[in-house]
Design a protein. Structure first.
Length: 254
């Protein structure tokens, strides 16, 4: 048997499909082995394997076997044209997958941040099972009659998706620097720690007026509510407690 002639079993192992699949492709005329061994077994040559790879690529891209047969048997198409088409389709798919990955990362970050978006934006970014409405309902039940809640609703309504993205980026950056300060042993009450506390208070001020007493209440909640604790401690173990102490120390000097 010629070294370039491969049996069904060898080709199946080479390209990662079952022998049954290869037999099916043979039966419907999609990929037919073009040679035979002296014993009568059908074998594939390089051209057959190349066609098989093209079939598998189109299948991965979602084409039906009928569509693939039409594409590959087009008398006006040449092999290079097929490869160029497949490259373009695969590139488009990679771009879509990368966008999906980015969206998933944004979903996870935004869930942690409790970002408030419009219903259509929630559906676009988070999908139907996002928990933002659940958290919003709880917050409204607890603080719906407060001035802070009213201010938060009014100010949040003014923010665009770009605004929310900027807010999230700035919040992520502050939390990163808080975690780094904790690792470096920056003591609550230290000038650097106080500056971080004031930056935190300013970020809260995007939503409602936040004096030091209000900020201390929030800091206590970060430790008391396991959802907040989990979020901060995911950045660095112990960060929720550290942030509380930083805020308390800063408020004590006000």
């Amino acid at each position: 048997m010629d070294a370039r002639e491969l049996t069904v079993g060898v080709v199946a192992g080479m390209v990662g499909v079952s022998i049954r699949t290869l037999h099916h492709y043979d039966q419907i005329g999609l990929v037919e082995p073009s040679g035979r061994t002296p014993a009568g077994y059908r074998v594939y040559d390089d051209t057959d394997v190349e066609r098989l790879h093209q079939v598998l690529t189109y299948r991965e891209l979602g084409f039906s076997l009928e569509q693939i047969a039409t594409l590959l048997d087009d008398p006006d198409a040449d092999p290079l044209s097929h490869l160029q088409t497949q490259r373009e389709l695969l590139t488009d798919r990679i771009d879509r997958l990368l966008r999906m990955v980015a969206a998933l990362e944004e979903m996870m970050s935004a869930k942690n941040e409790g970002i408030s978006l419009s219903a259509s934006e929630q559906a676009e970014i988070f999908g139907d099972d996002w928990l933002g409405d659940e958290y919003a309902a709880e917050a409204e039940e607890r603080w719906g009659n407060t001035e802070a809640w009213t201010q938060s609703q009014k100010r949040s309504a003014q923010y665009s998706k770009d605004d929310w993205q900027r807010i999230k980026d700035e919040t992520d950056d502050l939390e990163r620097r808080l975690a780094e300060a904790m690792r470096r042993g920056v003591t609550p009450g230290n000038a650097e720690a106080n500056s971080l506390a004031e930056e935190h208070r300013a970020q809260i001020g995007r939503f409602y007026d936040c004096d030091h007493d209000m900020q201390v209440c929030l800091a206590d909640m970060y430790v008391a509510d396991p959802r907040f604790t989990e979020h901060y401690d995911a950045q660095a173990p112990g960060l929720a407690v550290y942030l509380r102490e930083v805020i308390r120390a800063n408020a004590g000097r006000a």
